[in-house]
Design a protein around this ligand. Sequence first.
Ligand SMILES: CC(=O)N[C@H]1[C@@H](OP(=O)(O)OP(=O)(O)OC[C@H]2O[C@@H](n3ccc(=O)[nH]c3=O)[C@H](O)[C@@H]2O)O[C@H](CO)[C@@H](O)[C@@H]1O[C@H](C)C(=O)N[C@@H](C)C(=O)N[C@H](CCC(=O)O)C(=O)O
Ligand SMILES: Nc1ncnc2c1ncn2[C@@H]1O[C@H](COP(=O)(O)OP(=O)(O)OP(=O)(O)O)[C@@H](O)[C@H]1O
Ligand SMILES: N[C@H](CCC[C@H](N)C(=O)O)C(=O)O
Ligand SMILES: [Mg+2]
Length: 496
Amino acid sequence: MAKNLQELVALMPGCEVRGDINLTITAVTYDSRQAKPGSLFICLTGSKVDGHDYIAQARAGGAVAVLVEKEVSVEPGMTVIKVSDTRAAMQAITPFFFDYPSQKLRVIGVTGTNGKTTTTHLIRSILMQAGYKVGLIGTIHTLIGDRTLPVKNTTPDVVDLQGLLAEMVAAGMDYAVMEVSSHALALNRTAGCEFDIGVFTNITRDHLDFHITFENYIDAKAELFRLVGRPDNVKTGKSAVINTDDPAAAHMLREVTYRAITYGVQDGADLTARNINIQADGAKFEAVTTRGIIPLALQITGLFNVYNVLAAIGVALAEGIEPDVVKTALEAFRSVPGRFEIVDAGQPFTVIVDYAHTPDGLENILKTARQFAQRRIIAVFGCGGDRDRTKRPIMGRLAAEYADVVVATSDNPRTEDPVSILKEIEVGIREGLKPGKSYEVIVDRRQAIERALSLAEPQDIVIIAGKGHETYQILKDKTIPFDDREVAREIIREMR
Ligand SMILES: CC(=O)N[C@H]1[C@@H](OP(=O)(O)OP(=O)(O)OC[C@H]2O[C@@H](n3ccc(=O)[nH]c3=O)[C@H](O)[C@@H]2O)O[C@H](CO)[C@@H](O)[C@@H]1O[C@H](C)C(=O)N[C@@H](C)C(=O)N[C@H](CCC(=O)O)C(=O)O
Ligand SMILES: Nc1ncnc2c1ncn2[C@@H]1O[C@H](COP(=O)(O)OP(=O)(O)OP(=O)(O)O)[C@@H](O)[C@H]1O
Ligand SMILES: N[C@H](CCC[C@H](N)C(=O)O)C(=O)O
Ligand SMILES: [Mg+2]
């Protein structure tokens, strides 16, 4: 990928130029550490540091030009382009730099508080079963063909996102299926991304630290449906797949000026589920669709996964995939890492690691376990630092209401004091605790898991929630390796 800097400058009307713009730009980056010979380094004023302070580092890496929104001094030979807003300029030039890759793929965006990762993986399985090549972008990883790439954000920023889509085009992908977080929509990380299908899973309390009000949060999600409908997105066969059991569905539907497919387990949706049977080893139900009834025996469980599966079926039907292909793919789908993942190290009780990190997620997972629990449910969980504080007491209350034994612990404390986070959770636990029940607070996550496992008796269920697939723990001054699944396995082996 290469462009002449003059072509990029033409996309930034009103910019001030200092130096030569007849230069070949071979890469764009907003991170000085990624700068290579021929790069344009975009300086962003961040929440932690200021990209304008890293120009020398970018220059050392080989950057030939810099895009700034502040006065800077640079070494001779480096071109400076000054705009009023570097983030907006980055959004304007990046899709062009990568030759508008989303126009060459069918792009499916999935938004919602919970279920995005699961639903994107389900959609990918169905599309692959139908014979398509499918790329995926989301919380756990980016998948391009048989390559797995690590990720920093659920939805990457515009440079990374457009770059990944371009790689998908180069690798011959037909589809890109991606999670679209509310942060990404609010920060316009999806600039230049032309979606074919938008999916709305649900919206419940989360991220109010960022969006401040629930209304803003809903409206950020609704942006996905405005993006699909943009008049300059000239794709054909645009659709919205919307969970109408969620009260915010109306807000999404208001934005839909193209085909809408509604789903839900309540009557009235285009796509529904009946005869739902939730068991420990999988959910069975009949999907009632416009293409007939699809009986399903899944290997994933929980009513919430019935919703995720309906969303995936909605996309498949919108894309004209045959019901028998949908059935084969869904029944073969085993699991998503860290989502209701069973840890079996030969212990006489069940251990489930799950990524529930919102009140709704935690309630769902505990309710699901309750549906087939033969004995007690022991819940280990915490709440992340530098994230929505309002969810802490609510998650505490829900854990106390639904579990028999609660061990509250740290999630990723980040820059916060883990003890203070736990105090906020504890307020809710006390509220939800029924007489005769108890809870424990153990700051160290390993010790908390150890305690929960030592309390477990045959046939109990231990649920370790919040970190799912994560293989690290983010503390104030460092990130340490930490994988709930590995830790649980090690402890069980040591207990023998
Ligand atoms: C609040 C937020 O969204 N922050 C994002 C933002 O970082 P920032 O503005 O704080 O950046 P910064 O660290 O201050 O750095 C400023 C600039 O200096 C540059 N820099 C920095 C250091 C250096 O040595 N050289 C250098 O050039 C940085 O690359 C950056 O351009 O821009 C970064 C690059 O795009 C993001 O990775 C980062 O996400 C952080 C990691 C984050 O935690 N975001 C969360 C809240 C988030 O976005 N979550 C949603 C998912 C939510 C969900 O699924 O529920 C997501 O989509 O991931
Ligand atoms: N449709 C759903 N409704 C409610 N809860 C769900 C749903 N699907 C999954 N969950 C719960 O939420 C957790 C996270 O699921 P998943 O990773 O699919 O969601 P996500 O939207 O990708 O999350 P994130 O915002 O972190 O990217 C699961 O481990 C499960 O506990
Ligand atoms: N995408 C979510 C993930 C939360 C996972 C949880 N383990 C935490 O660290 O809070 C977020 O960034 O808020
Ligand atoms: Mg996700």
